[in-house]
Ligand binder design. Structure first.
Ligand code: ADP
Ligand code: MG
Length: 238
């Protein structure tokens, strides 16, 4: 069981609270999307799940494990960011395997994990290239590959496609949906793009100013938004 639960999670930066006591259950294998306007706390919440921000109060569980005070590297999560700094002097394969190499994994293990990730991401033919010889979409795939090779129980994505042009975004959205289907891991995906949210999510969490406005399937939120804010964000136009 590797769902994620948040219990009354609070985040303050100094005296200012930006996350106001969030309760949320994300099921094992679920694709959960956080949406909401800029500054509402999507990244902060995701970073708390990753362990990159300390929680001011409340508890975070991954599966049955209380990870609230556990190091990022020990949480069994991998995060994919909007900006995916690849090492320019390393090949695709080296970029993907770098984290494993640093953790002292044997070469043959790294090679097979990189091969598996590159098969999933259709990067098999690019393993020897340097990042500068890749398209934006291919580079973002390498960044996702770096997460896959670690075999995390939970994938965290923070607006991974917002630096790509519109056409590539569509392709990558389809890739990410396929990745979820193939790997079956729990995924939490932050976006402010309604189409991404509607097409990728099993469950959408609508955030506003550090609070949850509504949680539901895309259909539920579309057909039956609780209020105008949710309707304005993803609801039906009526
Ligand atoms: P989103 O990802 O939804 O755009 P963020 O989680 O980045 O929102 O930010 C939520 C709020 O927390 C914003 O008001 C932002 O200014 C504030 N914030 C985020 N990180 C910090 C920080 N390191 N120090 C102070 N305030 C921060
Ligand atoms: Mg953000």
């Amino acid at each position: 069981m590797t769902g994620v639960s948040l219990d009354n999670v609070v985040k303050k930066f100094g005296p200012i609270a930006v996350i106001h006591g969030i309760d949320l259950r994300i099921e094992d294998g679920e694709f959960c999307v956080f949406v909401g306007p800029s500054g509402c706390g999507k990244s902060t919440l995701l970073r708390m799940v990753a362990g990159l921000e300390k929680t001011t109060a409340g508890k975070i569980h991954i599966g049955a494990r209380d990870v609230t005070d556990i190091d990022p590297a020990e949480r069994g999560v991998a995060m994919v960011f909007q900006t995916y700094a690849l090492y320019p002097h390393m090949t695709v394969a080296e970029n993907m395997g770098f984290g494993l190499r640093m953790n002292g994994h044997p070469k043959d293990v790294i090679r097979s994990k990189v091969a598996e990730a590159s098969r999933i991401l259709k990067l098999d033919n690019y393993l020897d290239r340097k990042p500068k010889a890749l398209s934006g979409g291919q580079r973002q795939r390498v960044a996702i590959g770096r997460a896959i090779v670690r075999g995390p129980e939970v994938f965290l994505f923070d607006e991974p496609l917002s630096n790509l042009d519109a056409e590539l975004r569509v392709d990558m959205r389809i890739e990410i949906a396929r990745l979820h289907k193939e790997i079956g891991a729990t995924m939490i995906y932050v976006t402010h793009d309604q189409v991404e949210a509607m097409t990728l999510a099993d469950k959408i969490v609508v955030l506003r100013a550090g609070r949850i406005e509504q949680v539901g399937t895309p259909m539920q939120l579309y057909a039956d938004p609780d209020n105008r804010f949710v309707a304005g964000f993803i609801g039906s136009p009526s």
